[in-house]
Design a protein around this ligand. Structure first.
Ligand code: NAD
Length: 441
């Protein structure tokens, strides 16, 4: 099939490459010329494991091309996937729909034959129906430019495998023709038994935000319990292991620590609350405000713990921060808890040096005043405390004995409760975590 992908960021670039990899002819579109040039040369404009291979393969074979022209996209595609950003609107909890509207308007003006426009961006419920009306007005082909919604569940760091082998496909459609087209797009996934849930537009939109709201709630739940563990002397890691054995609960997403960030969960739960308010059901999602608050408190808690570890004042202290990306295996620093903590600690007068295996360039663009290094040992040189804030495998594999030789004081704050604590303690490090109670004393 001939497919276009409009918006080639973390979601769209991976989607475009994977659609080409499963046999479609794909045209990726973006307004960012530098991004399009990189992609057209087969170079991922961001770090995502496995993307370089798929991109190289599909660009090389000619199955995947890129353009900045929506007119060309309209001419080329039978199915158009909209993957542009929906960030938080400044000064509000709501989603900024400027990019989605601009993409759909820009494409719609050139649609002269029946076509399917499929939203993949995460949007407030009701968006798809509104866009369908908007498109019917704008497109020369009128209502034969149909809208469907196909929310995306990929995880950065696993985006390629999640796109090629999704755990489910969800589509919201208004016609059996749209359903048939989407089944044809995803035929290789359906052939291996991937669950395919076909529903209405509103349900499809709500599936995505509900999934993210649930995941955010699960993380904040265990982080709230971590605070109780700290107060009562319990150990949240053992507790999570124990409750996680219950299949109804499950162990995943029960990692107490610095909490969630990134370009999705925080803004998605806020946009969900904002939309619920518009729908007159803000009480229904009142708990999400607490989920958000618990999460933001993590960042303050880590700053407090760091201050305690260095004896009460961060002024003039050397602080090594391991991790800048919002999660491992990504260079994405949008709403990164690690960077927020690094900046807050610098504000308290500390000398902060940040390391990350992939995210330094992006981090520097957002927080230029922090000091960055590409070597862990350099970040830790003469450190009074080391903060482990993004759980890259590289940090788990560090040798505590070697690192102890470069720091001023062997003090580790494991903000992700992910390090092999016994090894660090055996190498004479003082280790603190969140919710570890007496486990680390
Ligand atoms: P992103 O910022 O990385 O990418 C968005 C891209 O859209 C950018 O390259 C931007 O230049 C481009 N763009 C903006 N306006 C455009 C226009 N008018 N025409 C063409 N391109 C345009 O964002 P992202 O992380 O890829 O997220 C995109 C959407 O997917 C969001 O709604 C997000 O919530 C959702 N989503 C993201 C992920 C993820 O892991 N990143 C997962 C699931 C869903």
């Amino acid at each position: 099939m001939r497919i276009t992908v409009i918006g080639t960021g973390y979601l769209g670039a991976v989607h475009a490459a994977c659609m080409a990899d499963i046999g479609h002819e794909v045209l990726g579109v973006d307004v960012d010329v530098a991004k399009i040039e990189a992609l057209a040369a087969g170079r991922p404009p961001f770090y995502e494991p496995g993307l370089s291979d798929v991109l190289g393969r599909t660009v090389g074979s000619g199955a995947l091309r890129f353009t900045t022209s929506l007119a060309e996209a309209a001419e080329f595609g039978d199915v158009h996937f909209v993957c542009v950003g929906t960030p938080q609107l400044p000064g509000s909890h709501a989603a900024d729909m400027t990019y989605v509207n601009a993409a759909v308007d820009g494409l719609g003006r050139h649609l002269t034959r029946p076509t399917l426009v499929v939203g993949k961006s995460t949007v407030p419920v009701g968006t798809a129906a509104a866009l369908a009306a908007r498109l019917a007005d704008i497109a020369p082909v009128g209502a034969d430019a149909e809208v469907a919604w196909n929310p995306e569940f990929l995880r950065e760091g696993f985006a390629v495998q999640d796109t090629l082998r999704p755990d489910r496909l969800v589509v919201g459609v208004r016609s059996s023709e749209a359903d048939a087209l989407l089944r044809a797009v995803y035929e290789p996934m359906l052939a291996v038994g991937t669950p395919y849930i076909c529903t209405d537009l509103a349900t499809a939109e709500l599936v995505k935000v509900s999934a993210n709201a649930f995941l955010a709630t699960k993380i904040s739940f265990i982080n709230a319990i971590a605070d109780v563990c700290d107060a009562a002397g319990g150990d949240v890691v053992t507790l999570a292991d124990a409750i996680g054995h219950d299949e109804r609960i499950g162990r995943r997403f029960l990692a107490a620590g610095l909490g969630f960030g990134g370009g999705c969960l925080p803004k998605d739960i806020r946009a969900f609350m904002a939309r619920a308010k518009e729908l007159g059901v803000s009480d229904a999602l009142g708990f999400l405000a607490e989920v958000d608050e618990i999460n933001m408190r993590r960042r303050r808690r880590v700053v407090e713990l760091a201050r305690e570890l260095v004896g009460g004042s961060l002024l003039g202290q050397n602080v090594a921060v391991l991790g800048a990306a919002f999660k491992p295996d990504s260079d994405d620093v949008r709403d990164s808890p690690a960077l927020n903590v690094a900046a807050a600690i610098q504000l308290q007068g500390a000398n902060v040096r940040v390391h990350d295996p992939e995210a330094i360039d992006n981090a520097r663009a957002v927080f230029p005043s922090l000091d960055y290094t590409r070597e862990v040992a350099k970040a830790c040189e003469r450190a009074d405390v080391v903060l482990h804030l993004t759980e890259w495998q590289e940090y788990r594999d560090l040798d505590p004995d070697t690192l102890a030789q470069v720091v001023s004081h062997p003090r580790m704050l494991d903000g992700r409760n992910a390090l092999p604590v016994d090894r660090w303690r055996a190498a004479n490090w003082t280790v603190r975590g969140l919710g570890r109670g007496r486990a680390l004393v």
